[in-house]
Design a protein around this ligand. Structure first.
Ligand SMILES: *Cc1c(COP(=O)(O)O)cnc(C)c1O
Length: 364
């Protein structure tokens, strides 16, 4: 078997290459490169994939998170609940917006925020929960919604890994007050560069973010807010407009791969992901746990299967976040010690999947 890469973006994007080249040439020739009709079109079409009404394109997922939080104008140094098992960007965005991240341990089965751990963390300074649909899993947005309503909190979502995820037949993002997306090339909808967006039913919030992303200006040369420069340019918007109509089909393919992995991988050393919602998750990543990770990774590499680790070191153990280094978060630490991501993308052939399953089942 030839090497099966963990993810080859060249192969993934080759499927759209012709369409992208035609569309990008048109944009180049239009002579209009920032805030034009491609971004307008994207902002009109993205909501349909989230169950929310309004969108604002920005320069990256991290900027989407940061501007989303800033737009609420919470009192300085408010506390925002966030799962401790996440990519560092979620936590950075809270700090960049001038607030205090309150790290809460995940559930060991779903790897998502454990709602049972949240209540004891609420203080008079708590203003919001910033949840993360890690790996593309939605968990129980209905329970979070109810919890936030009872406790008077905003419910925000980092959906950088989960555009297209569903819960009980609805887009899971529709349970949230506002949602941040990333179009980083590896994500569910990937640009060929950096981009991100915020979606919400709160029209005023989206208008404010459209101003914040453009130096705080909504009318040329009038500045109402202390904004930044974080714009989603016309070329990236063009590429995203080409790829967006294929998103649902791609997620459907990944659900079928996930279903095969879950039904057919059987090895006492491997803990498979939660199978509660195989056909609702968007499967950005397929993450298993293995006790002796190093040995397993070596075995997979010897058998020419690309794997990755999301993530090897938790945010609270990073040098950049010394204020959290003393925390003990055993569930988060265990997850980071044992997770391994298997290939999960639309370029996997049936033979690739057969081979990955057989190889894992023979691991001793
Ligand atoms: C990728 C990612 C981000 C950041 O997105 P960028 O576009 O890289 O800035 C934030 N949160 C999570 C969970 C991510 O996976």
């Amino acid at each position: 078997m030839n090497k099966i890469p963990f993810l080859d973006l060249k192969v993934i994007n080759a499927k759209f290459e012709k369409e992208i080249l035609v569309a990008v040439e048109k944009t180049i020739k239009s002579g209009w490169y920032i805030f034009g009709k491609e971004l307008n079109l994207l902002e009109e079409s993205i909501p349909e994939y989230t169950g929310l009404k309004y969108a604002a394109g920005v320069g990256s997922g991290l900027d989407a998170l940061t501007l989303m939080i800033e737009a609420y104008d919470f009192p300085a140094k408010s506390e925002i609940i966030v799962p401790s098992n996440t990519y560092i960007a979620t936590i950075l965005s809270i700090l960049r917006a001038g607030h205090i991240p309150i790290l809460v341990e995940p559930d060991i089965n779903s790897y998502l925020l454990n709602i049972g751990n949240v209540f004891e963390k609420i203080t008079e300074k708590t203003v919001a929960i910033l949840n993360v649909e890690l790996y593309g899993k939605s968990g129980r947005p209905d329970l979070l919604r109810e919890f936030c309503e009872i406790n008077g909190l905003k419910l925000l979502l980092d959906a950088a890994q989960s555009l297209g995820s569903q819960f009980m037949g609805l887009y899971s993002s529709s349970f949230y007050d506002s949602v941040a997306l990333s179009f980083y090339p590896t994500k569910n909808l990937g640009a060929l560069g950096d981009a991100g967006a915020i979606v919400s039913n709160n029209e005023k919030l989206i208008y404010k973010i459209r101003s914040l992303r453009n130096y705080g200006s909504s009318k040329k040369y009038f500045f109402d807010h202390l904004g930044i420069n974080s714009r989603l340019d016309e070329i990236q918007a063009t590429i995203l407009n080409v790829k967006l109509p294929h998103l649902r089909g791609e997620i459907e393919l990944k659900r079928r791969i996930a279903n095969r992995y879950i039904q057919e991988i059987s090895n006492q050393h491997i803990i498979l992901p939660d199978a509660d919602a195989i056909f609702e998750d968007s499967w950005h990543l397929f993450v298993i746990r293995v006790n002796d990770r190093e040995n397993f990774c070596k075995y997979m590499r010897q058998h020419n299967i690309g794997i990755d680790i999301h993530y090897p070191i938790p945010p609270h153990k990073q040098k950049a976040l010394p204020q959290f280094n003393n925390l003990t978060l055993p569930v988060t630490e265990l997850i980071h010690k044992e997770v391994v991501s298997l290939p999960m993308n639309i370029s996997l052939s049936k033979e690739n999947i057969d081979y990955i399953i057989t190889t894992i089942n023979h691991y001793l």
